[in-house]
Structure formats: structure tokens, C-alpha cells
Design a protein around this ligand. Structure first.
Ligand SMILES: [Zn+2]
Ligand SMILES: [Zn+2]
Length: 237
């Protein structure tokens, strides 16, 4: 460790993404040992070829076998539980927008290891302007910007807009309610940016995939070539 980074570490010590404890000897990790134990990363698991949920046989999960997906493939890094869930909740609801760096690093690592073919642009799931006013930032956009910088792929902030202020997906339980809720909620902001492009769409959490699939449909309908999606965590059973 250089003198400069030692000094920076004294002033701004690295903290665990999950519990905010100062990291000691674990430096280089994003979580303290205790929190790390509660994380379930998907990296070395057998995963669904479409949504990346852990599966027994490495083929398709039950959901992808029976539902149409408008994206080619989704990448999620870990289960939405334990310290990963805590980190995302703090990021979104506790005014900890700064956590985009740690969470973005996890996401960027996973994406660069996934060998997605030629992505032209990266964009984020937009939030409605009313929600943006309340939260002050769009969590997915902060993640997408970080990933685009890490992977040196253009970020297209104006690709999408949320045109309907619908209830949060997390407030709805059934997959059919979630699908209905997001239908017609999104529109393309700038057709020229997405025309003929392979797009990587970024969000924080994948639940049923209804939001990501709906936005993928809108992107394709408006001229995008293909859509891949990526999220930090997956809440799917
Ligand atoms: Zn911790
Ligand atoms: Zn699947």
C-alpha cells in the first residue's frame, strides 16, 4: 500500500458496505468478515442461462422455462439477502448514495467476467421525476454510470424515461400484478441513441424481471438491436 493510500485510509477509512464498520485486515474486500458470511454470491454456481438465477442443472429456471423474456440474458451478482440487501437498502433509503461505488464495483466485476458480446451503450432503469425529487438520485443511474466508466462503454442517460408514476414493484406481490404495473410505464427518450445498438440495461434488484423485460421490449420496439440486463442482486426465490 502506498503512503498516499495509507494516509487516505486514515482520513477516510474503508467501511463495510453492509454494516458500515471500519474494515480492518479485510481491506480489499467490500464487506467485513461477519457480513461477508451472510452474502450469497452467484459467481461459481450453476445458473439459469437466461436470468442467471442459481439452478440445479445449469439450464433454465422454472420461470424462464415458462415466461417470455425480452432481454437476451440477465446478470445478477448475488441473492438479495443478508449484507447485500442491507447495503442496497442503505444505498436507496438511508441517503447513502455514495455506496454506488462499492455496489458498482461488484456489478462491474461480474459483467466483465460474463463475456457479454459487444455492448455499444449502457443505460439505467429510469425513475419517475416525482420519485427523483424525493430521493435526490436515481440509484440505477449511479450504478450504470460507475459500470460504464469501469468498462469504458458509453453511458446513455437519456435513452429512457419513466412516463407513469406507478407504485413501486416491491409493493406488489404477484408476478402478474408486477407485469401489469410496469406496462406502459416506460418510453424511449432518444431513439437515435439506441438505434441498432446492443444495450446493457442496469438496475439495482431483479425480482421477477418484469420491469427489465418491459423496458427491453420498449427498447427493441424503438429500434435497439439487442438488450442485456444486469443487477447487483436478485430477490427471486
Ligand atoms: Zn459488515
Ligand atoms: Zn431464469
Amino acid at each position: 500500500m502506498s503512503i498516499l493510500s495509507k494516509l487516505l485510509n486514515l482520513i477516510f477509512p474503508l467501511r463495510c458496505l453492509g454494516c458500515d464498520d471500519v474494515l480492518g485486515d479485510e481491506k480489499g474486500y467490500l464487506f467485513c468478515d461477519e457480513c461477508l458470511k451472510t452474502c450469497e454470491f452467484f459467481r461459481f454456481k450453476s445458473r439459469c442461462r437466461i436470468c442467471s438465477a442459481p439452478v440445479e442443472d445449469g439450464n433454465l429456471c422454472a420461470y424462464c422455462r415458462t415466461h417470455e423474456r425480452n432481454f437476451i440474458k440477465n446478470i445478477s451478482c448475488a441473492r438479495y439477502s443478508g449484507a447485500i440487501k442491507e447495503a442496497i437498502k442503505r444505498f436507496k433509503f438511508d441517503k447513502r448514495g455514495d455506496l454506488y461505488r462499492g455496489l458498482g464495483e461488484i456489478l462491474a466485476d461480474e459483467i466483465s467476467d460474463s463475456n457479454l458480446f459487444a455492448i455499444d451503450i449502457i443505460t439505467a432503469v429510469p425513475i419517475h421525476k416525482n420519485r427523483l425529487k424525493k430521493r435526490g438520485f436515481n440509484q440505477s443511474e449511479l450504478l450504470a454510470k460507475y459500470v460504464s466508466k469501469e468498462l469504458a462503454i458509453t453511458f446513455a442517460p437519456k435513452a429512457l424515461i419513466k412516463v407513469k408514476d406507478v407504485p413501486p414493484q416491491s409493493s406488489l406481490k404477484s408476478p402478474s400484478e408486477r407485469k401489469k404495473n410496469v406496462s406502459g410505464a416506460f418510453a424511449v427518450g432518444d431513439k437515435e441513441i439506441i438505434k441498432g445498438k446492443n444495450i446493457l440495461l442496469i438496475d439495482d434488484v431483479f425480482t421477477t424481471g418484469a420491469t427489465l423485460s418491459e423496458i427491453s421490449r420498449v427498447l427493441i420496439k424503438n429500434g435497439a438491436k439487442t438488450v442485456f440486463t444486469a443487477t447487483v442482486a436478485m430477490a427471486k426465490a
